[in-house]
Design a protein around this ligand. Structure first.
Ligand code: BGC
Length: 352
């Protein structure tokens, strides 16, 4: 697997793009800047192979953009209220970069740094491992964290992502993958016609800053009920308070089959009737953030010069719940030096 030059950073460092390709016609392009998936080529029901993730043609787009297209976000995926939390009675202050809150690791999160890349030749499938060492104090986080993210493309059309992280001081860690999917492969179309199922009976309601209130609310009789497949556009503009606050879907669902011991369970299923592409998400995480691309407004000019309009891509981010460090009843995002952080998430592609 020979990488190609994707671009050069202002400080002269080269950004490389790697291609993982399997025998079933699927391929993924990934750069070492942000450990970002730049393209994901997936067959449709007729065997046509198209790209199903939003992104930029050039490095400059990723350097300047604020959408987190395709990146690994961290240390903490999603929001922490006022960027504050306590460890052993000591308060830490993270960078504030979203209203009065901290979002996706801060101003220079894991999506804005260059990772070390190592092609893995012994896993029986195309795979690449990225490593980033986040220094003590970076964006306000305590402890030096070393995070390894391995992307593998299985021969069954799965993009598998394994995370492994360690720290030298107590800290918090909750990285996630921030690809924006549009399974039609046509990024001039919205995702409103896709159908979604989420394996959750509850979600975490949010306040006006999109910080969870702490409650686990039932999805029953709400537009957040995706226990059966539902067309995303059908209820997205309902005058339901949570949708008004999120300007659409921008919530964390509480995954029913989470066990807490690393067992991988089905989290969600996304289907595009026009192309027949079906994506199933598996994870060992307790939550999934479904973000319906509400803040896309045509301002980002993506691949092939296409302006990404409102809701032309959606994210399904596997994670510990937003603001967990301040919510004792939520699954914990704390990491101690004697522990190892692990996450496995699989995006599986098929057709129907
Ligand atoms: C968040 C959105 C945010 C977006 C940034 C999502 O994970 O939930 O609120 O605007 O990321 O692109």
């Amino acid at each position: 697997m020979k990488p190609s030059t994707f671009g050069v950073l202002a400080d002269g460092r080269e950004v490389l793009e790697y291609t993982l390709a399997n025998s079933a016609g699927m391929s993924a392009r990934i750069i070492n800047y942000g450990a970002t998936v730049t393209s994901l080529f997936v067959p449709d029901k007729d065997g046509n192979i198209e790209d199903v993730v939003l992104g930029y043609d050039s490095l400059q787009g990723y350097v300047n953009g604020s959408e987190y297209f395709g990146a690994v976000v961290g240390r903490y995926g999603n929001r922490i209220a006022k960027g504050q939390f306590l460890i052993d009675g000591q308060q830490y202050q993270l960078t504030i970069n979203n209203g009065e809150n901290h979002l996706h690791g801060g101003k220079i999160g894991f999506n804005k740094v260059l990772w070390e890349a190592e092609v893995l030749n012994d896993s029986g499938m195309p795979a690449i491992r990225f490593t980033y060492v986040s220094r003590d104090g970076e964006e306000g986080y305590p402890g030096t964290v070393t995070l390894k993210v391995t992307y593998a493309l299985t021969h069954d059309n799965e993009l598998r992502i394994d995370y492994e992280g360690v720290t030298d001081k107590p800290t918090i860690l909750n990285p996630t993958q921030h690809s924006y999917f549009n399974l039609s492969g046509n990024f001039t179309e919205t995702i409103l016609g896709h159908s979604l199922m989420v394996e959750a009976d509850k979600f975490t309601p949010v306040d006006e800053g999109l910080i969870p209130t702490g409650e686990l609310a039932s999805v029953e009789n709400t537009p957040l009920d995706f226990r059966q497949p539902q067309t995303i556009g059908e209820r997205i503009d309902d005058p339901f308070d949570q949708l008004v606050l999120g300007q659409g879907y921008d919530h964390n669902w509480v995954l029913r089959d989470y066990t807490g011991d690393g067992k991988i369970h089905k989290a969600a299923q996304l289907y595009d009737p026009s192309s027949g592409r079906l994506m199933t998400v598996f994870t060992d995480q307790p939550g999934i953030q479904f973000y319906s691309g509400n803040f896309l407004d045509g301002g980002a000019i993506g691949k092939n010069g296409i302006a990404y309009g409102h809701r032309t891509g959606l994210c399904l981010e596997t994670q510990v719940f937003p603001d967990s460090p301040n919510k004792p009843d939520f699954p914990s995002a704390f990491l101690k030096p004697e522990q190892v952080y692990r996450q496995t998430t699989i995006y599986q592609f098929s057709t129907r």
